[in-house]
Structures are given as C-alpha cells and as structure tokens.
Design a protein around this ligand. Sequence first.
Ligand SMILES: Nc1nc2c(ncn2[C@@H]2O[C@H](COP(=O)(O)OP(=O)(O)OP(=O)(O)O)[C@@H](O)[C@H]2O)c(=O)[nH]1
Ligand SMILES: [Mg+2]
Length: 225
Amino acid sequence: MYIKISKKRYLSRMEIKEAVLHSTSVRVDDGKGEVFQEIAFIGRSNVGKSSLINMLCQKQKLAYTSSTPGKTQCINRFLINNSWIITDLPGYGYAKLSKTKRADLQTMINNYIRRAPGMVLLLVLLDSRHPLQAIDLDFLLTLGQWQIPFAVALTKTDKLSKTALEKQMDGFKESLSKYWDPLPPMFYTSSKTGVGRKELLDYIGSILIFVASSNQRDNGSSALI
Ligand SMILES: Nc1nc2c(ncn2[C@@H]2O[C@H](COP(=O)(O)OP(=O)(O)OP(=O)(O)O)[C@@H](O)[C@H]2O)c(=O)[nH]1
Ligand SMILES: [Mg+2]
C-alpha cells in the first residue's frame, strides 16, 4: 500500500478497487468468520453515512440512502478490496422513532462499537451546516470514556460557501478543543462533489497500515506491508 515516490520517501495511497456487501446483521459477528480490519461510519440519522460510503467506493447503490431519516437500521458491512471492511451503522437520535426503538438501536450501536473484533477506527459524521449538537458531543464523550479511536468527517459541505464552511470548522474545533487535545483528525466531505475522498481514503489507508504493522510486530514477525 506504500508507494515509493523517491529514494527515501514512501506515500500511503488507498485505492478502492472492489466493494461488495459482506454481511447485514443486528449484532457483532459470532466470531466464526475471518476478522478483517474495520472502519465504521456513525453519526446522527440522515447525516450522510451511507452516501459517504457510496462516494468513497464510487458505487452509488452500494449502501442504501434516503432523504427519509432512520433508513439504515441494520449493521451493513462492506468488504473492500477483499481485505478490509467499511461498516454502515444505523444513525442515532432519530426523533420520530419510538423511544423503545431508539433505545434498541443505541444499544445495538454501543454493543457493536465496543465489541467488534476488527474495529480500528470509528468515523463520526457531523453535518457541516449546524453547530456541534448535544447528542453528538455526548456520543463523542462516550467514545472518549470507552477509549475508542475516532476521526470526524463534516458532511454535506457542498451546501455551504467556503467562508461559511471555514467558520463552521472553526466552531467545531472550538467546541471539541474543550475536551480533546490534540483534536481528532477532521475532514471536509461532500458525497455530491467528491470533496474529501482522497484525503479520507489516504487517512484510512495510513491507519490500516499502522495497525497491520503493529499487529505484525506484536506477533513477532518482521514482515512489512
Ligand atoms: N447535498 C448533499 N446531500 C447529501 C450529502 N450526503 C448525503 N446527502 C443527502 O442526505 C440524505 C441522507 O443521506 P444518507 O446517506 O441516506 O444518510 P444516512 O446518515 O445514511 O441516514 P440514515 O441511514 O437514515 O441514518 C439523502 O437525501 C442524501 O442525498 C452531501 O454530501 N451533499
Ligand atoms: Mg444510512
């Protein structure tokens, strides 16, 4: 996955050549299948999780998207390049679902992110048009408590002007800096225009390589990717 760009420099590049549905479930796998490294996408209902997955994979109908919130209610896992997984988790906090259904979904999400054996990163999506919402902050603080590594993707950036977007990003950084130092990695994305695709994929690639090489070191192997 590292590309040699000069005698001494290597560049991490992630290309998605193949993306297929791997499984649909309501819980963590039973542990019988192969454990792939996994990046899970999470965020409020309708924030753009499924659309971002399709944009990254350049496959418009891979994950089911809808303008009606609350559409993804299962855990959909997509196998990428036959070697790692992108997971589309249900959205949290959709007000129109019954209290019981919302609580059930939250339990499903929480159990998953705490127990999925291959999870290396949670990508938390925040709508770039609004300030950080209490429900998102609560969720992020819970991740901190559980020591779950995460990065942030601001979605739907095509809907804002450059200036408005920078102002929004500053606002997010200010809110998050009350709790995180350093700040988590943060990306601008738009599923409509493709903004952020390269940056996000290269970041994901670097995480996958880092974890794979740490695992190899832990296993006493000197092999490199
Ligand atoms: N303009 C614009 N619209 C977007 C973008 N991403 C998503 N949308 C729209 O937002 C709506 C919700 O997108 P989804 O990808 O289904 O959102 P989700 O987070 O998967 O929603 P749930 O599965 O219901 O939680 C759809 O109407 C998308 O077309 C974006 O980057 N730009
Ligand atoms: Mg969805």
